[in-house]
Design a binder for this molecule. Structure first.
Ligand SMILES: C[S@@+](CC[C@H](N)C(=O)[O-])C[C@H]1O[C@@H](n2cnc3c(N)ncnc32)[C@H](O)[C@@H]1O
Length: 241
């Protein structure tokens, strides 16, 4: 039995590699054109990895928070961003990673969760994440679930990764990863812990059940044009007192 996904992402092999910065630069450039961000915004980046996205966006925001289950990723993010104002990184316990409402983060106006949901166990967890997002959301909060494996086709997905590499000038680095130990470990983990794929109708039903408004973003945000990106309007929970 291999590690589960949270353990995989805490391993050195998973966290090393030259592509993190380049992929986040690509995402940040694209997402800025889709989701206007300004000095009143508070961002929470769930599954922030080594923190490149939160760090790139923080200077234009009121505050930016990154959260991740991987202590290894957080260590790197905190080391690189030490002393940067308005930028904080938080640990999500691997056995309670949906509990974003327990983080010391409130009035969040933008939530990103990029290339993370595929490591969840089932679609019920996606619903719980949205429900918990409501507990920390400011009015008008937008939640971006990006890189979703909706109506997934593995051959198209691999093609998407390589085409995206050409588009972003990272083709050789991506090909290198395909032949690396990191990729073999990923494959072994995936064989025992399948990534979460969803039918579009199932995903829409979850968003509707949580009473959110959903729209799909057509622009390629993450370098794989065959992945799905969903922008959800989150209505905060009003405390009944
Ligand atoms: C593919 S990386 C994406 C990192 C970053 N969002 C990006 O786009 O570069 C997946 C990240 O999600 C984190 N992760 C995996 N499972 C998670 C979970 N259940 N909850 C929160 N973070 C998780 C991993 O530790 C890793 O940093």
């Amino acid at each position: 039995m291999t590690d589960d996904w949270t353990a995989y992402w805490d391993r050195r092999e998973a966290m090393e590699g030259k592509l993190w910065q380049a992929q986040c630069d690509f995402f940040v450039d694209r997402v800025r054109r889709e989701i206007p961000l300004g000095p009143d915004d508070i961002l929470l980046d769930i599954g922030c990895g080594r923190g490149y996205t939160a760090a790139a966006l923080a200077p234009g925001l009121r505050a930016a928070h990154g959260a991740d289950t991987s202590l290894r990723a957080l260590e790197e993010a905190r080391r690189r961003c030490a002393g940067r104002p308005g930028l904080t990184f938080h640990h999500l316990a691997p056995d309670a990673y949906l509990d974003i409402h327990r983080l010391p983060v409130r009035d969040v106006s933008v939530i990103f969760c990029v290339s993370v949901v595929q490591y969840y166990k089932n679609i019920g967890e996606v619903r719980t994440l949205i429900a918990n997002a409501k507990k920390i959301a400011a009015p008008g909060c937008r939640m971006l679930l990006a890189d979703l494996l909706v109506d997934y086709n593995q051959c198209l997905d691999v093609a998407g990764v390589l085409l995206g590499g050409m588009e972003s000038g990272t083709f050789c680095a991506k090909l290198g990863e395909v032949f690396s130990g990191k990729h073999r470990l990923y494959g072994r983990t995936r064989a025992e812990h399948p990534v979460l794929t969803m039918r579009r109708a199932e995903f829409e039903a979850v968003c509707a059940a949580e009473n959110t408004r959903l729209r799909f973003i057509r622009r390629n945000l993450t370098g794989n044009r065959f992945r799905t990106h969903a922008l959800i309007d989150i209505l905060p929970v009003v405390d009944a007192c």
